[in-house]
Ligand binder design. Structure first.
Ligand SMILES: Nc1nc2c(ncn2[C@@H]2O[C@H](COP(=O)(O)OP(=O)(O)OP(=O)(O)O)[C@@H](O)[C@H]2O)c(=O)[nH]1
Ligand SMILES: [Mg+2]
Length: 226
């Protein structure tokens, strides 16, 4: 039997240092690699295209906007999201896809809490990110009697039907917790697997905690109780 094909979606904003290598690595696991770019000024879309990816340019900023814009362009039954900065272990892709292909999960997410992170400790910025993420995860576990360890990872795989059914609305990185909460709320089978997170080697983080923490709180309360 031919294994169910999947599309690898890579959201990008100014990731010229790593995108070519990321696309090449991803193409080893699937011929369908879709880079969704938001207004990069460093040539990321053309580099991605020359590396062999399909490229979708989104006219607004925000990882959530990019992920939502990618959904109508996906033609495979399965989809996998991975960041462009080299933080995720590409060779773990088959581990995320396997439980869905085996019919044991609808949504599989990588956990850096069980897989280890080289990124989330050290500075006060990282301390607050880790603390905030742990708080949100604890709220989700309490509300849905779940037992997940990570709710913010950008490395996840879903059945396309499930992704479409989530009716995602978030425009920024809050889309990760929105996918997790709505999957649990709608009774989809969410499975977690350990996967290491490396520190970003090139480029800069697009997350500004001081600007987004209120949005994380608002989206959490809305999705937990709405
Ligand atoms: N399309 C699109 N992608 C984005 C946007 N913001 C971030 N991304 C991508 O989303 C992924 C995660 O963003 P990062 O800045 O690495 O966020 P992070 O992993 O939480 O932070 P660091 O790794 O610490 O920098 C990367 O591939 C980014 O290029 C955006 O506005 N639009
Ligand atoms: Mg990153």
């Amino acid at each position: 039997m031919i294994p169910t094909p999947f599309t690898i979606v890579i959201p990008t904003r100014n990731e010229a240092d790593t995108i070519v290598e990321m696309v090449h690595c991803c193409l080893k696991y699937s011929p369908q690699v879709l880079v969704v770019d938001s207004l990069s000024t460093d040539g990321t879309p053309s580099l991605a295209k020359s590396a062999g990816a399909q490229v979708l340019c989104v006219p607004q900023l925000g990882k959530g906007n990019a992920i939502r814009a990618a959904i109508p362009a996906i033609t495979t039954e399965l989809v996998l999201f991975i960041d462009a900065d080299g933080s995720h272990v590409v060779s773990d892709i088959p581990k995320l896809i396997a439980p869905i292909r085996a019919g044991l999960a609808d949504h599989v997410q990588a956990s850096r809490l069980t897989g280890g992170s080289s990124e989330l400790h050290g500075s006060f910025q990282e301390f607050w990110r880790l603390a905030g993420s742990a708080f949100i995860t604890a709220c989700i576990n309490w509300r849905f009697r779940a037992n997940i360890s990570d709710s913010q990872n950008g490395f996840r795989a879903l059945r396309l039907e499930v992704l479409q059914a989530l009716d995602l609305t978030e425009t920024i990185t809050t889309i990760e917790q929105e996918m997790v909460i709505k999957s649990l709320k709608k009774g989809f089978r969410l499975v977690e697997i350990p996967s290491h997170e490396h520190a970003r080697i090139f480029g800069v983080s697009k997350i500004r905690l001081s600007r987004v923490w209120l949005r994380y709180g608002y989206a959490l309360v809305r999705d937990l109780f709405g």
